[in-house]
Design a protein around this ligand. Sequence first.
Ligand code: GLU
Length: 287
Amino acid sequence: MTFSRFAPSPTGYLHIGHAWSALFSAAHGTMILRIEDIDTTRCKPEFETGIFDDLDWLGLTWPKPVRRQSDHFADYRAALARLDDMGLLYPCFCTRRDIQDEIARADSAPHGPEGHLYPGTCRNLSADDRARKMDAGAPYALRLNMDAALATLTAPLTWHDRYRGQQTATPDILGDVVLARKDTPASYHLCVTLDDHIQNVDIVTRGEDLFYASHLHRLLQYLLNLNIPEWAHHPLLLDPDGKRFAKRNNAVTLRHMRETQGKDRTDIITLVRDSLPTDGPWRWHLP
Ligand code: GLU
């Protein structure tokens, strides 16, 4: 049996873009459903129930029980501790504002696919400075020291995307990423990578917006000695204006389409088909 996965966050009702992502996942294997609710301030139980209702309505099934990330903080803490023991994490005390100011000051701040990278301000703090800030109770995030992590490699890391082919991992394009925050004990990157391993996911199916994240996840797999799955990134559905669908736009939620507009599963599939680019290998996987 091949396991794929769909991993929504219960921060709103699912929309048509999620329907595509879930249908795409189910077309690649037995779809594991995972609730990504580490940001407990934004997640709500009614949205979790909404996820189950909407997927059920789409005719999808998934193995039970469903893994809910907020039940597994101990797993993520253990993985963080392992990276820390390897000397690959450092505390970062910078606020968003500090980072912007530092970038504005620097002549050429490093740039990644999603904008400026963390300029490294806290990477070289002296042990004394770190201790002083910690003693003063300054809040901090934990960042991965990317150079130190890459220095542990003995050969380039590769990974395989079913539609884009063999990739050489270039996680440095994301810089010193945050792996834990003061208000969330573990970041998306850490949790998702660990969970895909724990849940024996064979093929990580998800949107193209996370293609760059997969480079980092491949590095985390290496550092934590985790299984290496295959990946399949799908294009994002765009509205008629060429914009991504957003959870905050109630009109495109599956719930609204079902309850207010009286649409059915076939209507959703037609809408997905009509909103996708006309060409691409993933079209084979349309229901
Ligand atoms: N939880 C993420 C989201 O809702 C998806 C993560 C993933 O598929 O890796 O956008």
